[in-house]
Design a protein around this ligand. Structure first.
Ligand code: FE2
Ligand code: FE2
Length: 442
């Protein structure tokens, strides 16, 4: 179901007069819900455009928490007269948040989100707390108090990444502030200031497009970390299931595999902006999916350094992003859930059994949670694929569509895959052979 646009406009009937206090607070909650929804739809475009893994992880976490705020607001809002039954966001919020994605420099865009829009959300929650009745509206008050604490923490968490903003950030921040001030803030809680005469909406002048490649910052890159050649890539397919492979080698290979779920982080993040008509629950589950993948990647990113791997020798694979970004969002989502995720369980099960030989409780725990999360992702896929197909105008059956999408992926892989050369020479790169040496094998 596509959400209908239904807002309550105050009428003069006696009934609405009697409920005016509730209707007014529901109106503000509705705006907060829509602003959080728009943040989820648009801030996700930062994820594949920024380079530091830790920043990608943090953005995924903030997006997930925003989706949570939106969900609680919707739940509470629906208890109140006047929240409205639809889930659509209004035009001024769409325009404001779409404007925020426009800078071609991702760190300028990051500045706009975190210097203007996130502070605007924080002031909106503070405003809500100020104007509502602390006893009558206690259930909402508790939510606002919690979300204020979250927003304050988000501001602290992002600060280390805002230290070195590029030239142009200040001008962009001022530009977005004008756009926000013209509405009097997200809730209209301040005096509206007209837009400057020379103000131009970037989003009206051009359409945002995902970049053809994702940003991995200072880290080396390649096409794929999987092959059958131990002199080329860190993950050697036949070693994963070979009972002769040393379990310590398997553990390092699976940590590389987990770290490369950064692929999934980057390409899944593209789906939100491309599905503006999605029901909120679809974006909510995608936000959870995204955050799970970022945690899986962080498992590998953190454990590899702990086990003595120099992360500058681990190349990041870019093929999946390069190929999938050429496909429409429903095809991207189908490949992810029905092919890559659904297809990974048997090998991962074998790998988990081998790793258990090491009595490494942390590795066992990380792999168990990864498996549990992945089972949920496949469930999300079954639930949402028909919906996202419908949003993309796809009318074939799910089975037919998946088969056609697999074939199309194979074709696109011929054109867009295998285009990223190794950026680390074989002698210095983390390969299967290097992993063997690292654990002390000849
Ligand atoms: Fe994962
Ligand atoms: Fe997954």
């Amino acid at each position: 179901m596509v959400a209908s646009t239904s807002y309550v406009t105050p009428s003069n009937t006696a009934a609405s007069g009697r409920m005016a206090a509730v209707v007014e607070m529901a109106r503000l909650q509705r705006l907060l819900f829509e602003a959080e929804r728009e943040f989820v739809r648009t801030a996700t475009t930062l994820i594949y455009r920024v380079g530091e893994p830790e920043l990608k992880y943090l953005l995924c976490q903030h997006v997930w928490e925003s989706a949570g705020h939106a969900r609680f607001l919707r739940e509470r809002g629906r208890e109140m007269s006047g929240f409205g039954s639809g889930e659509a966001t209004r035009e001024f919020l769409q325009r404001l948040f779409t404007e925020a994605v426009m800078p071609t420099d991702s760190y300028v865009a990051l500045a706009g989100f975190y210097r203007v829009l996130k502070p605007a959300l924080l002031s909106a929650y503070r405003h809500y707390l100020q104007v509502t009745h602390p006893l009558a509206d206690w259930p909402s008050r508790k939510l606002a108090e919690e979300f204020i604490a979250d927003e304050e923490r988000h501001a602290r968490e992002i600060e280390p990444f805002l230290g070195n903003l590029p030239a142009g950030s200040d001008a962009w921040v001022a530009h977005l502030r004008h756009a926000l001030a013209a509405e009097g803030g997200l809730l209209g809680e301040s005096v509206r200031r007209p837009l400057p005469g020379d103000f131009v909406w970037e989003s009206a002048a051009r359409r945002y497009q995902h970049p053809p490649t994702c940003n991995r910052g200072r880290y080396p890159t390649c096409s794929s970390v999987f092959s059958t050649d131990p002199a080329e890539t860190p993950i050697v397919r036949q070693w994963l299931t070979d009972p002769q492979t040393d379990a310590r080698v398997i553990r390092l290979m699976v940590y590389v595999w987990l770290m490369m779920e950064m692929d999934a982080v980057d390409y899944l993040a593209t789906v939100f902006f491309d599905t503006p008509q999605a029901p909120f629950d679809l974006h909510y589950d995608l936000a959870r999916h995204l955050w799970d993948e970022s945690r899986h990647s962080a498992f590998g990113f953190r454990q590899l350094s702990k086990l003595g791997v120099d992360l500058m020798t681990v190349e990041h694979s870019l093929d999946l992003y390069h190929i999938l970004v050429q496909m429409p969002p429903h095809e991207r989502y189908a490949m992810m859930t029905m092919e890559f995720e659904a297809g990974s369980f048997p090998t991962k099960a074998a790998v988990m059994d081998r790793v258990r030989e090491l009595n490494d409780f942390e590795a066992d725990t990380l792999l168990a949670f990864d498996r549990n999360d992945e089972q949920n992702h496949v469930r999300y896929g079954h639930r949402w694929l028909p919906e996202i197909m419908r949003l993309g105008g796809e009318t074939r059956s799910v089975e037919e569509f998946i088969a056609a999408t697999q074939a199309r992926f194979a074709e696109l892989a011929q054109i867009h895959g295998g285009r990223t050369p190794h950026s680390v020479p074989a002698a210095q790169r983390l390969t299967g052979n290097a992993i063997r040496r690292l654990v002390g094998l000849p």
